[in-house]
Design a protein around this ligand. Structure first.
Ligand SMILES: *Cc1c(COP(=O)(O)O)cnc(C)c1O
Length: 377
């Protein structure tokens, strides 16, 4: 089954008993047992819920894994994955990971002596150099936020294999439609399903998929023990979102390409960060490991003042954090998503005050271009 078909027919679909075409929302916490200790596969909804399981079976199929997991947020997914490790273990991580991941690792997991090193994972040599005798995993985000840096996942898989490490990939920006990290050698893939997978700015959720019985058992044990599970309503909304994921991603890809073409010609725009551009450092790698470049684009308008002016004038771009929705979203990373990063560190990463980030939606591309054109005047 191809990806697009899986989005419609993959995993558990419908309801056997009634013939209902959509999966019922099992709004239930506990299940009647036929005799003491004799149940029908479900005992308690933290451990297993049919609606959540249906969603978990779809994400497993979309990522070509053997099991999927649904969590209450992307951060709950990441936290649960990190709980696979022990105190004293060490993880090598992409240096510009999502801010929430940075906070979790630096301010929370550190207290449990789960150690980390941030490194530029787009440079395999630096990754090798960061590995020590306690290293247990590589944690990669690609493309990254907001500069869309690309890490070569085949290379990371090679390094992981050589040093006996788990390769964990945050696939939020690429989506399982454009990129399947498990096929490229990753052990665990995860998503903030709040973004493209949900796609409508109405659910906070996290998903993960693995492709080994060992990891599947271990992660289910943590999911059930730590309890950060997704509720049945939100599980259902994500399944609904997945039905149109391919369509949305194709529309977004088309709009993004047109918007980038416009930005390239605009004299006020100095730098454009988009992996679809041949001038982007990760372009070749992106082309090789993903079938689309995604809908995130960042560009520099010279100053923080100018950026704020643009944001105050746009009509079709919603000024908001988050990304991956049907509506286009716009933000200034230095003042919003990345404000907690010290100014000198931001400068090091290249996140200037004049940098604008757009999450392109599925509106008419011409409206998006015209709106940005008047805002840049
Ligand atoms: C949003 C995001 C997360 C965190 O997910 P939540 O659903 O907000 O908890 C993790 N990684 C990336 C890349 C994200 O964009």
């Amino acid at each position: 089954m191809r990806s697009k078909t899986k989005m419609i027919h993959g995993g558990v679909t419908g309801d056997e008993r009634t013939g209902a075409v959509s999966v019922p929302i099992y709004q239930v916490s506990t299940y009647k047992q036929d005799a003491v200790g004799k149940h029908r596969g479900y005992e308690y909804s933290r451990t297993g819920n049919p609606t959540r399981e249906a969603l978990e079976s779809v994400i497993a199929e979309l990522e070509n894994g053997n099991s999927g997991f649904a969590f209450g947020s992307g951060m709950a997914a990441i936290t649960s994955i990190m709980m696979l490790f022990n105190s004293g273990d060490h993880v090598v991580m992409t240096d510009d990971v999502y801010g929430g991941t940075y906070r979790l690792v630096t301010n929370v997991l550190d207290r449990f002596n789960l150690n980390h090193t941030y490194t530029d994972t787009s440079k395999p040599k630096e990754v090798e150099a960061a590995i020590n005798e306690n290293t247990k995993a590589l944690y990669i985000e690609t493309p990254t936020n907001p500069l869309l840096k690309i890490t070569d996942l085949n290379k990371m898989a090679e390094i992981a294999k050589k040093h006996n490490l788990l390769l964990i990939v945050d696939n939020t920006f690429a989506t399982p439609y454009w990129q399947q990290p498990l096929d490229l050698g990753a052990d665990i893939v995860l998503h903030s399903a709040t973004k493209y997978i949900g796609g409508h700015s109405d659910v906070v959720a996290g998903l993960a998929a693995v492709n080994s019985d060992k990891l599947s058992g271990d992660l289910h044990f943590i999911q059930n023990s730590a309890g950060g599970v997704l509720g049945p309503q939100d599980s259902w909304l994500l399944m609904r979102g997945i039905k149109t994921l391919a369509l949305r991603m194709e529309a977004i890809e088309h709009n993004t390409a047109k918007l980038v073409e416009f930005l390239q010609k605009h004299e006020k725009v100095t730098n454009i960060y988009y992996p679809g551009l041949e001038s982007h450092a990760g372009h070749e790698t992106a082309k090789q490991q993903a079938t689309g470049f995604g809908g995130m684009v960042s560009f520099d308008v010279g100053s923080g003042e100018e950026a704020e002016k643009v944001l105050s004038r746009v009509q079709y771009y919603t000024l908001a954090e988050s990304l991956g929705a049907v509506e286009s979203l716009i933000s200034v990373p230095a003042k919003m998503t990345h404000a907690s990063i010290p100014a000198d560190r931001r400068a090091e990463l290249g996140i200037t005050d004049g940098l604008i980030r757009v999450s392109v939606g599925i509106e008419d591309a011409d409206d998006l271009i015209e709106d940005l054109e008047q805002a840049l005047k």
